[in-house]
Design a protein around this ligand. Sequence first.
Ligand code: 48N
Length: 352
Amino acid sequence: MASMATSTLTSSLVSSNPKTSSFNGSAFSSRIKSIPQQHTSSTISMSLTTPPYDLNSFKFQPIKESIVSREMTRRYMTDMITYADTDVVVVGAGSAGLSCAYELSKNPNISVAIIEQSVSPGGGAWLGGQLFSAMVVRKPAHLFLDELEIEYDEQEDYVVIKHAALFTSTIMSKLLARPNVKLFNAVAVEDLIVKGGRVGGVVTNWALVSMNHDTQSCMDPNVMEAKVVVSSCGHDGPFGATGVKRLRSIGMIESVPGMKALDMNAAEDAIVNLTREVVPGMIVTGMEVAEIDGSPRMGPTFGAMMISGQKAAHLALKALGKNNAIDGTCELGIETPNLVLASAETKEIVDA
Ligand code: 48N
């Protein structure tokens, strides 16, 4: 009964009729954007279908333990052999990295490896600000959410996803289902492959090994070659901004000034406009852009991560000589995002 009472309370707060509901006194938005009825979680959870088996006499088919081991080992080793030389490596599976990999995965001829040091990919996108649930996305980035069929509460200039995990779990479920994508989580990129002044791949190790190099004798890494590397290492956490910091320590860039103080409006435009190939073979996206350019931080708004990730994908497609939305060479609406991606780099935003 409690859950019913809660859902009644919740629905009165977010009722689609502004005249009958208000929140902190201001009338609520005119409508809640929802996806076709057959997809909504409330339909699924409210349906009274019973499981297709008898829960009172449930029995699994038999299995040999070694078969489980062989199934996991064969697949993982096959994936490592397959992705040892790949088109694009995306370092970091936060909102920017996931958006980039999702956009790239639309082209079935592109192979994408996502390297994420955490066991649980998603970076900072499992929650909004200060560990609150809701995720704010400023328009027109909500059009990306429409493409992902993610429900949100719509306001005039922004939308609110009721729980950030709805974005992260939805984009990940769609992305990981695609045949040309492989996520290597619990794996860290601890260095770059650089040949002739061009980034040509990444140096990897189990993340727990990367974090414990000082506790053992030498534990050498593995490698993964790539035509293009997209660095989306964020700015926070034990591995924050490790992509651009490595570029600095090997002298490929001069400085990593770090993000400036918070200014939502300046920050989100700057992140998207400054998303670019910072050295030959390496594109930077998401909050790492703020780290390398010293642009302001935006705090708990996530649209820039999504669009920066999409832009990084099209910059990677351009670098691969494929149709892309930067050159305007891909069919509108099929391969491109339903937004016109700003292609001009506008350094003056940062200097303003
Ligand atoms: O979510 P993050 O940290 O980074 P982004 O850029 O995708 O999104 C940033 C966003 O969540 C914000 O910070 C918001 C908008 N706040 C801004 C503000 O003003 O505070 O994801 C980065 C991911 C994480 O999952 C890391 O674990 C991972 O990258 N990672 C790595 N994985 C493998 N190897 C590495 N060397 C590595 N470095 C980071």
